[in-house]
Design a protein around this ligand. Structure first.
Ligand code: ZN
Length: 82
């Protein structure tokens, strides 16, 4: 289920609800004060997704990497070792 962001005009607070897409957004009440004067703002789950959807649907295997040596990179040193 997607997350929906609301703004309550009664207590002037933002709140986020996990709701089904079938829920009537205009009938949503405030989670803080229970008021009905809420405004649907946006869906948080579609706001920012880094990378392209194509890369997510087709993961790269080790054989497709340009250089297999990139898998053997040394771990970054801890700050205390510098
Ligand atoms: Zn409220």
């Amino acid at each position: 289920m997607p997350l929906y962001e609301y703004y309550c005009e009664d207590c002037q607070k933002d709140f986020i609800l996990l709701q089904s897409t079938r829920v009537d957004k205009s009938a949503t009440t405030c989670s803080e004060c229970g008021g009905a004067n809420t405004q649907h703002r946006m869906s948080a789950c579609v706001a920012k997704i880094p990378g392209s959807p194509k890369k997510l649907s087709s993961p790269v295997t080790a054989d497709e990497l340009p250089k297999k040596s990139v898998l053997n990179l040394p771990l970054p040193r801890l700050r205390s070792e510098l």
